[in-house]
Write a protein that binds this ligand. Structure first.
Ligand SMILES: [Zn+2]
Length: 434
């Protein structure tokens, strides 16, 4: 029962998090309910042993932490890292255009989505808007169109006869603009779209200065399978890992018995390489960890000592075996949905795992009574990567790359196993309690 509940909470979390900005907002609401206190990077920090805190940088990356009762230089940080962004489409600044009365929004591709999966879906927009408030102060807020607003209709098979043999190919510049309205000759597309945006954000068009808007799929998450043993939603990569880490951190036993300082670090921009001031390649996590040290010790050496005692679990999703495509996998490293967290290895350090960090993760699995699996990508296919190698290099701490197995990574509708989400929560709890 608790297993299904965890998965239901994950689906609800994704449904309330249609963009990375909304994901951080959902996370903030969840941790505020557990008495976490927000810290401002421009203020002085005063931290208490056992205190619960979080820092948000630029709305879409967040670091939440629980101060341990041990001496930081001796107990170090226990960190779980994940990412808040998912691949898809972003609206271009002057994206609204019209031809033959059909208004469309031009998009840029964000990261590496499976483009064909965005066709014929009930798409809409979510993001944030910068605007002038009543006192003419510059401010910003989240915006979300709840109803389907956009669509990318397929060409009928009668006009694309080879589609089933050749696959659906979409020209990235010409064939991705999303249809959103039929306009009269008097209506101009840009002001028309601005009007829509203003209405959704409860603003006047004259207040709006700029915005970031992501395309999202309005279909809610669901369970599927004869025993509801699978679930489907968008953004499972990697909101499932954010959710698992958060659930592990918010467990009462974990919160009340933290010896090490426990950290959840969720970054934007993983899907585009992590190189930004809020990404895993930026200074955000290193800055937060250093400031925790500064707030708790006057010895400069203590920060290096704390890092030397620290460990990072980089949690991101893994590629589950799909029996229709056996040739896509290394036969000895197939991993299966609902068979436990996957430890990812790559000799070229696309993943940060090495024998010592892997052994420690195996121990935590065994202590938690959680099965685990080992994954290695086919040598003739380029291997993906994630925040593990980047964040561990940045901080100089040991790391392992793990994740739950899933199908259709980077589809707008991904799926995974109910049991695995619970397994991941349990092993991360074990890690935090260790
Ligand atoms: Zn990912």
């Amino acid at each position: 029962m608790i297993v299904q509940q965890h998965a239901q909470r994950l689906l609800d979390f994704i449904d309330t998090s249609p963009s990375p900005w909304h994901a951080v907002d959902s996370i903030e609401k969840t941790i505020q309910a557990s008495q976490f206190i927000r810290l401002d990077e421009s203020s002085k920090w005063q931290l208490q042993a056992g205190g619960r805190y979080y820092v948000i940088r630029d709305d879409s990356s967040i670091v939440a932490f629980v101060m341990g009762d041990g001496i930081l230089a001796e107990s170090g940080f226990r960190i779980v890292g994940a990412h808040t962004d998912s691949p898809g489409f972003r609206i271009r600044p002057n994206g609204a255009t019209v031809s033959d009365g059909m208004a469309r929004l031009g998009v840029e591709i964000y990261g590496g989505p499976i483009l064909a999966t965005f066709t014929d879906r009930d798409l809409s927009l979510a993001g944030r808007i910068s605007f002038l408030d009543d006192g003419k102060q510059l401010t910003h807020k989240l915006v979300c169109f709840d109803e389907p607003l956009l669509r990318l209709p397929n060409l009928a098979i009668h006009m694309n006869r080879g589609v089933n043999e050749d696959g659906l190919k979409l020209h990235k510049q010409n064939e991705l603009p999303l249809l959103f309205a039929q306009l009269t000759a008097e209506q101009l597309p840009k002001p028309y779209f601005l009007e829509l945006l203003a209405r959704a954000a409860d603003l006047d068009t004259t207040q709006i200065l700029s915005w970031d808007l992501a395309v999202y799929d309005t279909q809610k998450g669901t369970f599927w399978g004869a025993n509801r043993e699978f679930y489907a939603n968008s953004q499972i990569d990697n909101l499932a890992s954010c959710h698992a880490a958060l659930q592990a951190l918010l467990d009462n036993v974990v919160l009340d018995s933290a010896h090490s300082t426990l950290v959840c670090a969720f970054f934007d921009h993983e899907e585009i390489g992590s190189e930004s001031h809020i990404g895993a390649g930026g200074s955000f996590l290193a800055d937060v960890l250093q400031r925790i040290d500064i707030a708790t010790s006057t010895e400069r050496e203590d920060h290096a000592r704390a890092l030397a005692q620290s460990f990072l679990i980089s949690a991101d999703m893994a590629h589950a075996y799909q029996p229709n495509f056996p040739a896509a996998y290394d036969a000895d490293h197939r991993v299966f949905v609902n068979k436990g967290p996957v430890i990812k290895s790559n000799a070229n350090r696309r993943y940060s795992s090495e024998s010592v960090s892997i052994a420690r993760f195996i121990q935590w699995c065994e202590e938690a009574g959680v099965p685990y699996q080992r994954y290695s990508h086919r040598s003739d296919l380029p291997c993906g990567s994630t925040i593990g190698p980047i964040a561990s290099a940045k901080l100089g701490i040991r790391s392992v790359d793990v994740g739950c197995p899933m199908w259709a990574m980077h589809s707008v509708r991904e799926s995974a196993g109910v049991l695995d989400h619970d397994y991941m929560i349990r092993v991360l709890q074990q890690f935090f309690c260790d």
